[in-house]
Ligand binder design. Structure first.
Ligand code: SF4
Length: 303
């Protein structure tokens, strides 16, 4: 199929040192995308070079935009689509500008593209390659110990009781992990190894599930989880300072648990009460408009 290339690379001139009607844009972030669309609208042929596998840059990884709090994805998605569908913009991902020669109005660039391992024009995004990936699906090495020998007798009886409750159920892994997490507040490694052995599920698969959900933790968690909202509204109203005060009061850095096992300190994004910013949550209770000098008093309520 021949695309209707309405604006030739040499539209503004031909041969010699005449200006070329093509532009090379380096970087496929939101600035590069917008520049490409504007240049295309102005009548230029655009080559958009991006080193990563996709365009979108840092904005595609953001949650909200400042200061409006709009969803970043909702803003950038139409531009991504517009850019990919613009016949005058050629997007070159996984590519680097190797050399640039010439003078203003007529440069010659050498662009090196790195291999993707797939044919992009045929990829439908089905994801089957993800499942079949030989790097991701690493063969599980044979453990050098019998996993169950690491469990104390009481613990073995306890986890066997949970496993027996789900005997015969299809796909029991997540409910089992939930029961373990409810009881221990985290997923101890020896327990997971015992589950792996009993269910015949490779440890790599159990760890994949356990590390995917925020509800599970592979590290010990305190009796009370303190979550500070670092979403846009809370952050501009001082939740960064609130986090620092909590780190001082509890004596751990963000993500840690104090040695007494009383508190685990975490950050969250947008807990849905921007009007109460800065906000924090402890054990499901939300505290809004938190003042730094009120932090110690709030923590006192939790033993
Ligand atoms: S398996 Fe599916 S997602 Fe992977 S490259 Fe092929 S079409 Fe694309």
């Amino acid at each position: 199929m021949t695309l209707p290339d309405t604006k030739s690379p040499t539209a503004a001139g031909s041969g010699g040192n005449a200006p070329c009607g093509a532009v090379l844009v380096c970087g496929g972030g939101v600035a590069g995308i917008q520049a490409s669309l504007d240049l295309s609208a102005a009548g230029f042929r655009v080559y958009l070079v991006e080193e990563s596998p996709t365009i979108g840059g840092g904005m595609a990884r953001l949650d909200k935009t400042f200061p409006t709090g709009d969803c970043a994805t909702c803003i950038i998605s139409p531009k991504l689509v517009e850019c990919m569908r613009d016949y005058n913009v050629e997007v070159m991902t996984m590519a680097d500008v190797a050399s640039l020669e010439g003078e203003p109005g007529r440069f010659t660039a050498e662009v090196r593209k790195r291999p993707r391992g797939v044919i992009p024009s045929r990829c439908t995004g089905c994801g089957d390659c993800w499942e079949a990936c030989p790097v991701r699906n690493v063969a599980q090495p044979t453990p050098a110990f019998r996993p169950s020998e690491r469990l104390a007798a009481d613990d073995a009886a306890w986890i066997d009781g949970i496993l027996d409750r789900y005997r015969g159920d299809p796909g029991p892994l997540i409910p089992i992990l939930q029961d373990v997490s409810d009881d221990r507040r985290y997923l101890p490694r020896p327990v997971l190894e015992h589950v792996s052995e009993r269910l015949g599920i490779p440890m790599v698969e159990i760890l994949r599930v356990a590390s995917f959900y925020n509800a599970f933790s592979l590290e010990p968690v305190g009796r009370h989880v303190v979550e500070v909202c670092l979403g846009t509204a809370c952050f501009v109203r001082g939740s960064g300072l609130l986090m620092e005060r909590l780190e001082g009061e509890i004596g751990v850095r963000m993500g840690g648990t104090d040695p007494q096992g009383r508190f685990t300190l975490r950050s969250v994004r947008c807990i849905g009460c921007c009007a109460l910013a800065p906000a924090m949550r402890i054990g499901g209770i939300t505290f809004g408009k938190v003042r730094l000098d009120g932090v110690a008093e709030i923590l006192e309520r939790f033993q």
